[in-house]
Design a protein around this ligand. Structure first.
Ligand SMILES: Cc1ncc(COP(=O)(O)O)c(C=O)c1O
Length: 205
C-alpha cells in the first residue's frame, strides 16, 4: 500500500520543533527512522529548521544518551539525516529578518535556482543585505548556546506553570517557544467564527 502511494509523495518535510503541537521536539530516533524510510522509498528529507536549536535543546534535556552532548554536536547529527533545509532566521537565529535554504545535491540546487526566477528572480538579486547576513551568522552561533536556550525555554515553562496554577487550560507538555491556551475551554463564550481549521487530532488534558 505504502509502496503504491510512494510515487505521489515528492519529499518528506519535518518541522523542528512541531509548531502545531505547541513546539514539541522531534526525537533523534524519529529523525533517524524518517531517514531510513526516505532511503527505502528514494525520497528526499527536508527540515523546516526555524526552531532547530530548541529541538536540539529538548533532545539534550529529554534523551538520556544526549545529556552530556553539546548542543552544536546534536545539531550536526540532526542535520546529518536531512538532504535539504529551510530556515526562517527570525526564530532560532534571533534576527529581525531573513532566512535561507540549504541542500546537498548540486542538481537540486540548479533546479531550485531556475524555479526561483518565477517567484523571486535570479539568486544573485539582492534580497538580504550583507549586514543582515552577518547578523544571521552571529545569531546562529548565539542561538545554539546552551545557557541562552536553557534560560529562554525555562521562561516559557515558568509562564506555562504559572498559568496552570491559575487554572488556565494550556497544551501540555509545555513546548519551547510558546504557550498554547485552549481558547475553547478558557473562553467558552467565544464563538469559533469562520474557522477553516479542523479540530485537533488529539485532546487536551
Ligand atoms: C516552523 C516555521 N517555519 C517557517 C515559518 C515561516 O517563516 P517566515 O515568516 O520567515 O517565512 C514559520 C513562521 O512562523 C514557522 O513557524
Amino acid at each position: 500500500m505504502l509502496r503504491k502511494s510512494a510515487g505521489k509523495v515528492p519529499f518528506i518535510i519535518i518541522t523542528l520543533t512541531n509548531n502545531s503541537a505547541g513546539g514539541q521536539p522531534v526525537s533523534m530516533e524519529n529523525l533517524k527512522m524518517i531517514r531510513q524510510i526516505a532511503d527505502r522509498y528514494g525520497k528526499i528529507v527536508v527540515f523546516d529548521s526555524a526552531r532547530f536549536a530548541e529541538n536540539a535543546y529538548f533532545i539534550k534535556a529529554r534523551e538520556e544518551k544526549y545529556k552530556d552532548v553539546p548542543i552544536r554536536t546534536i545539531v550536526l547529527e540532526m542535520f546529518s539525516y536531512a538532504d535539504a533545509m529551510t530556515m526562517s532566521s527570525k526564530k532560532d537565529a534571533i534576527v529581525n529578518i531573513g532566512g535561507f535554504i540549504g541542500m546537498r545535491n548540486d542538481e537540486l540546487f540548479r533546479q531550485c535556482c531556475v524555479f526561483n526566477i518565477m517567484f523571486e528572480g535570479y539568486i544573485t538579486y539582492g534580497g538580504l543585505a550583507g549586514r543582515d547576513m552577518n547578523a544571521i551568522a552571529q545569531g546562529l552561533y548565539e542561538g545554539t548556546d546552551f545557557d541562552y536556550l536553557d534560560t529562554r525555554i525555562k521562561q516559557v515553562e515558568y509562564l506555562g506553570n504559572r498559568l496552570m496554577e491559575f487554572g488556565i487550560p494550556i497544551q501540555q507538555p509545555i513546548g519551547g517557544h510558546a504557550i498554547f491556551v485552549d481558547a475553547k475551554r478558557f473562553l467558552p463564550g467565544l464563538k469559533k467564527k469562520n474557522s477553516r481549521h479542523k479540530p485537533l487530532p488529539y485532546s487536551l488534558p
